[in-house]
Design a protein around this ligand. Structure first.
Ligand SMILES: NC(=O)c1ccc[n+]([C@@H]2O[C@H](COP(=O)([O-])OP(=O)(O)OC[C@H]3O[C@@H](n4cnc5c(N)ncnc54)[C@H](OP(=O)(O)O)[C@@H]3O)[C@@H](O)[C@H]2O)c1
Length: 311
């Protein structure tokens, strides 16, 4: 078996080593810009392919993504024949990381820790009023592999929980909304909104100006989905007006977030460099190897991207 590996960061050595440990029968061929002719490969492993790789991708039996989101490859989906399954990671250690990140961001805002931090820097000792938990509704957009783990992590704190998905869901103790028809009621009752959606034509700009205006006064936004879920130029004025109290953003339209971007200057926006759930190499390779072996045996493989839905 031959695996075609592409890493945008060029750091292929640890991947080759882990594949050698976990799938000794496979030979790993590294794809690089200008690599020239490559031997026929069974499977490709990558996340954000360059356009110049598409002809080689069109020849493999299946493509395995080293991330949960498929948006980076879906923009080229026309170039990848439909019989080639594109398989994403399902959790592989990302759910726990998302649970840690989102719970931290929610509690930091709920317990006003960002304000206490600013006070401490100014040498001020001042106890602020506690927020009312009954009124502190947390709404999670996207309750798939990762969103459900975030809901479970938030549950013990006793916040009223909301969820919004494409299809109807039933989660104990969580008020569930779905589809376009359920969006306004979901937004209107979410004091904190956590975006954990895949990026698709339906979800791009889902946090548009008009949708953000539907959030309650003083709402807080956490975006760990993708940058284009939020309309950047509309977020800042809504924060300045006080309608949105602040945001924790892990993902951006352009990454790295460019130096002159106004988000850097806004103290009510917390910025992290797309780290809310990192790809854990060993866990990810274990999952991919299991699925490659299933595929090679002619069995059904889970987590194949539905090209029509885009996720
Ligand atoms: N920042 C990071 O480090 C990082 C890391 C990993 C992943 N992510 C992001 O997290 C996303 C979610 O990952 P996942 O593994 O949880 O995906 P998933 O299991 O496919 O779950 C996606 C969820 O989004 C819902 N959804 C999709 N389209 C929708 C629409 N148009 N309207 C309403 N709900 C919609 C789905 O609804 P149904 O259940 O009804 O299908 C599902 O609940 C990824 O696509 C990626 O963008 C970010």
């Amino acid at each position: 078996m031959r695996i075609l590996l592409y890493r945008a960061d060029g750091n292929t050595a640890p991947w080759i080593k882990d594949f050698a440990d976990l799938m000794p029968e496979a030979e790993v061929v590294v794809w690089r810009e200008g690599v020239g002719e490559i031997p026929a490969c069974d499977y490709a492993v990558l996340w954000t392919p360059p356009q110049s790789m598409l002809a080689d991708l069109a020849r493999v039996k299946a493509i395995f993504l080293t991330g949960a989101g498929a948006d980076a490859i879906m923009k080229y989906s026309q170039a990848i024949p439909p019989h080639i399954p594109i398989v994403r990671l399902n959790d592989a250690g990302m759910g726990m990381q998302m649970a840690e990140y989102v719970t931290h961001a929610v509690l930091r805002y709920f317990r006003r820790l960002d304000e206490y931090e600013a006070q401490a820097r100014a040498g001020a000792w001042l106890q602020l009023e506690a927020r009312d938990k009954a009124d502190f509704t947390v709404g999670v957009m996207g309750v798939g592999a990762l969103g459900t783990q975030v809901i479970e992590a938030l549950r013990p704190f006793g916040f009223p929980l909301r969820a919004w998905s494409r299809t109807a869901k039933s989660l104990a103790g969580v008020e569930c909304f779905h589809g376009e028809d359920g969006l306004d009621a979901f937004l209107g009752s979410s004091r904190v909104v956590v975006c954990m959606l895949p990026l698709t034509p339906e979800t791009v700009n889902i946090l548009s100006r008009s949708n953000m205006q539907k959030l309650p006064q003083g709402a807080y936004i956490i975006n760990v989905g993708r940058g284009p879920h939020i309309s950047d130029p509309d977020l800042l004025p809504l924060i300045k007006s006080g309608h949105i109290a602040g945001a924790t953003l892990d993902v951006f339209r352009n990454e790295p977030l460019p130096a002159p971007h106004p988000f850097w200057e806004e103290p009510r926006i917390t910025i992290t460099p797309h780290i809310s759930a990192l790809t854990l190499r060993r866990e990810s390779i274990e999952q991919m190897v299991g699925k490659m072996r299933q595929h090679a045996r002619g069995e059904q493989v889970a987590d194949v991207i539905n090209r029509e839905k885009g996720y």
